[in-house]
Design a binder for this molecule. Structure first.
Ligand SMILES: *[C@@H]1O[C@H](CO)[C@@H](O)[C@H](O)[C@H]1NC(C)=O
Ligand SMILES: *[C@@H]1O[C@H](CO)[C@@H](O)[C@H](O)[C@H]1NC(C)=O
Length: 506
């Protein structure tokens, strides 16, 4: 053997052992299956888990994505974007549903854009040169911006001031114009409308844009610093939890200056989580919960207005977020896994798009670590639970995430305690068994909880429900994660459930 090639062999042996020891350092003591909890409502806001976070926002009932309807008090008819959008705006509807419902884009605490069913914005005709109301523009500019003026003492009585400085009036049932000056609050006044709020969103977009650029950074930082601390990791590790799943939003990759209204600094906070995890021997699953464009339209995807718009055009940007996370955390000994996207929703998210994203996201993680697991969330909605199995089987250290709630479906309406428990023991056991294959990806019940639709259940009922779920989900080969650690609704909080003796893991 020539000296040269001997040296090559030696150096490649050396390299080989470095790779081995790097892998060991990355995953030295990972013991599966994991028993984890979700740190929900920390780095990605979910208002329902702690509503008081929104209390100090002015006009907090008019946040981004709030769905509103307006009834002309003069005609007693609702405003509609005729055909759902793309043409005129009228006021001739006796009842209101999709075409009569508008999603708010909040400019500031009193100025708004109105997005219609077909996604156009209400504005003044002829690019703002005219004063008739139309819903034709695909973007929201000056002539698509309106001020909502609420009556003192009756916030559901409003007038709408247009960009030309005039109020909108229902001049007839088929024409609305922005040309009204003086005004009263009388029913007969054609510029008075009754505001009906249909639904609201309280996610990260809403809280950051609601507080606005001056206040949001401090409000968010204070929340991040206090909601989850060293103490929480200490509590979890001493109560039988050995991992945390941490939802993060795509804007983390743009630290310290993410696009508005998002607030910078969440990557520093996530760094703290890794420090605490290392201190208490807890593993970390980083979960991309909010992808650009929104993969499911839910507030926890950080959507602005509830439209699900993540698709092919977002894949590259989303892979870049995974690349950022993998580069930053691959060498942290606590890193157990990176989850590429949470709860993509079928049919809006197409399977082919998702697979191409999963392959690219997997490759991005593997650039930095060969040992961290890569988690792929099954699609929610009408999708085959086994649709990712053959694709994932070709990849190394991959996990399929399934979410099991005895909620959010009519299946569970009216089920009593025992029927809920039977559902877990039969249906869930069979569903989980079907995705848990011997040569395929590992399985993870990445979200479950002890809340259900049963009214007036006793503590013992909850204990039985918890134990049934722990028994079945304990068969998932990667593990499970309770939703969530902290939540104002007690049964959704593992901390509360442990402290009050409903769940015992040690
Ligand atoms: C709110 O936005 C409108 C429209 O852009 C602007 O004219 C107004 O000055 C803003 N108000 C505040 C308080 O920033
Ligand atoms: C409302 O007015 C538009 C425009 O004239 C018309 O096409 C539509 O049929 C009317 N709808 C009702 C329910 O009257």
């Amino acid at each position: 053997m020539a000296y040269d090639s001997y040296a090559n062999v030696v150096s490649s042996l050396f390299l080989f052992s470095c790779v081995i020891s790097l892998s060991l350092a990355q995953n030295a003591d990972i013991k599966l299956p994991l028993r984890a909890v979700n740190l929900g409502n920390w780095l990605v806001t979910e208002g329902w888990m702690k509503p008081s976070r929104f209390d100090d926002i002015p006009n907090k009932d008019l946040l981004d994505g709030t769905q509103v309807q307006f009834m002309s008090t003069k005609f007693q008819k609702y405003i509609a974007a005729e055909s759902g959008g793309g043409t005129i705006v009228v006021a001739n509807r006796t009842s209101a549903s999709g075409w009569e419902t508008f999603r708010l884009w909040r400019v500031n605490e009193t100025f708004y854009n109105f997005r219609v069913n077909n996604k156009q914005f209400i504005g003044l005709e002829n690019q703002g040169q005219g004063n008739g109301l139309v819903a034709v523009s695909n973007t929201a500019g000056y002539s698509e911006t309106f001020q909502i003026v609420r009556k003192d003492g009756d916030s559901s009585r409003v007038r709408l001031s247009a960009s030309n400085g005039m109020f909108i009036q229902a001049i007839s049932e088929t024409r609305l114009t922005a040309d009204y000056g003086s005004s009263s609050w009388d029913d007969s006044d054609p510029s008075v409308f009754k505001l009906n709020i249909v639904s609201t969103l309280r996610g990260e977009y809403q809280i950051t844009n609601g507080f606005g650029p001056d206040k949001a950074p401090q409000v968010l930082q204070d929340h991040w610093d206090s909601y989850i601390t060293d103490e929480d990791f200490k509590f979890l590790s001493s109560n039988g939890i050995n991992a945390v799943r941490i939802p993060v939003g795509w804007w983390i990759a743009n630290d310290p200056t993410p696009p508005k209204p998002f607030v910078g600094g969440s990557s520093k906070v996530l760094d703290n989580a890794f420090d605490w995890a290392e201190k208490y021997g807890v593993k970390v699953i980083v979960d991309l919960h909010a992808a650009p464009g929104s993969q499911n339209g839910n507030e926890h995807s950080a959507t602005r207005d509830g439209f699900q718009e993540w698709g092919d055009s977002n894949v590259a940007d989303t892979v870049a977020v995974i690349d950022f996370l993998a580069a930053r955390y691959a060498n942290r000994p606590s890193l157990a896994a990176i989850e590429l996207i949470n709860e993509p929703l079928a049919p809006g998210v197409a399977l082919d798009t998702l697979k191409s994203y999963y392959k690219a996201g997997y490759d991005a993680v593997r650039k930095y670590t060969s040992t961290a697991y890569v988690i792929m969330s099954n699609r929610l909605g009408p999708a085959d639970h086994k649709e990712l199995l053959s694709f994932a089987s070709g990849l190394s250290r991959v996990v399929i995430d399934v979410h099991y709630y005895n909620l959010f479906s009519n299946n569970f309406n009216g089920l009593n305690v025992q029927q809920n428990i039977d559902y877990v023991n039969n249906q869930r056991a069979s569903d989980l068994g079907a995705v848990t294959t011997s040569n395929g990806p590992l399985t993870f019940v990445g979200e479950w909880t002890c809340e259900w639709n049963v009214k007036g259940a006793s503590k013992q009922d909850y204990q039985r429900f918890a134990n049934a779920q722990l028994g079945v989900y304990g068969r998932a080969t990667f593990g499970w994660a309770y939703w969530a650690h902290k939540c104002e609704a007690n049964h959704w909080s593992l901390k509360w459930m442990i402290e009050n003796g409903y769940i015992k893991l040690v």
